[in-house]
Design a binder for this molecule. Structure first.
Ligand code: SF4
Length: 336
């Protein structure tokens, strides 16, 4: 069954593959360039960037020698600028530590910044024919559907199960790069997330998802992004026309930004304060309910002499969370 799967995928690929410029090269640097550009970008959008980078910087040493500002300018419009910065430091590493020769072996590739198992498997199999199966979103989807795998792709066991299966499949070929290209392309063009072309699929007779009517429910992905509700109670402590503000540390939200004195829930009834309105603010993992209590009285057990207060002009120049800025803007009159 695995040999059959592999054969069908490769035959499909040979008939349907797109003619993409990075497919006609064996240069690991250019393949790396294309892989990183395409990480969060569709092929159509990424193509002109790939061509521009390949023309402006034909070797990894050219890339490394270019000033970062120039790289960022060429990158402009692709978003996720950390990718461009990481690429630049990777290029410098290849220039300085690998003598300008871009690695082709899986384990060497993994030493490079921004290169994970997927990119290392892609480059090492395309260029050096290493037997390393690529396992990315496209591959998870095709495998989960064809084999009817109910294990979530992002559970603890999920990646191990899919990688083990991918390794068993690739064992049936000697052309590892070709198979990897084939399954990636099959996932991207044919067994797509929405509306896969099951009617004209070479695997139609043996695909378990199709036979069991599970095409749209596979692969299964756990929703790990549980949004936590969190209450924040700020004491906006005023003293001689200035406001107490503090810089937040790391290990929590808003690292390095300034906010107010935070009250613990138990402290709230002890304050003789007037409550302002409740603000809600959504972050990726947290939904914040924020209450601001304006007060001229110090928090219990503290005195103003021990703390730093900022006047309106100074506050203007402090970096602040957007919600704190909003509160300050709306309450200018009450903060004297
Ligand atoms: S039959 Fe449909 S779900 Fe199954 S592999 Fe083909 S396209 Fe994907």
């Amino acid at each position: 069954m695995k040999a059959h799967f592999l054969r069908e995928i490769v035959s499909w690929y040979l008939l349907h593959k797109r003619d993409l410029p990075w497919r006609s090269t064996q240069d690991p640097y250019l393949i790396w360039l294309s892989e990183i550009i395409l990480q969060q970008t569709r092929v159509n959008q990424g193509m002109p960037y790939y061509l521009k980078f390949a023309a402006n910087y034909p070797t990894v040493t050219d890339f490394a020698n270019a000033p970062i500002d120039e790289i960022l300018r060429t990158w402009q419009g692709l978003g996720y600028y950390s990718r461009a910065r990481n690429m630049h430091s990777t290029a410098i590493m290849v220039r300085d530590e690998f003598g300008g020769k871009f690695p082709t072996l899986y384990l060497d590739l993994l030493k490079l910044k921004g290169v994970g198992a997927y990119t290392a498997a892609a480059i090492s199999s395309f260029v050096a024919n290493e037997k390393r199966p690529v396992v990315d979103g496209n591959v998870y989807r095709v495998l989960a559907r064809y084999w009817g795998i109910q294990e979530p792709i992002n559970s603890n066991k999920g990646p191990k199960i899919f990688t083990a299966l991918a390794e068993e499949i690739i064992a049936h070929t000697t052309d590892n790069g070709l198979y990897n290209q084939a399954i990636m392309e099959f996932g991207a063009l044919h067994c797509k997330p929405v509306a896969p072309n099951c009617k004209e699929c070479p695997l139609e007779g043996s695909c378990l998802a199709l036979l069991n009517n599970q095409v749209s429910s596979l692969p299964i992905k756990l929703n790990k992004l549980k949004v936590k509700e969190r209450n924040i109670h700020y004491l906006v402590w005023l003293h001689e026309g200035a406001v107490y503000m503090k810089k937040r540390g790391d290990g929590d939200i808003w690292n390095g930004l300034y906010d107010f004195w935070e009250l613990q829930e138990a402290e709230i009834p002890d304050q003789s304060i007037a409550e302002a309105k409740v603000y809600t603010h959504k972050l990726t993992h947290q939904k914040l309910q924020i209450r601001f209590y304006i007060s001229h009285t110090p928090p219990k057990g503290h005195k103003a002499d021990d703390y730093l207060f900022y006047n309106a002009e100074e506050i203007e120049n402090l970096p602040k969370p957007i919600i704190v800025k909003q509160f300050l803007d709306e309450n200018k009159g009450s903060l004297q």
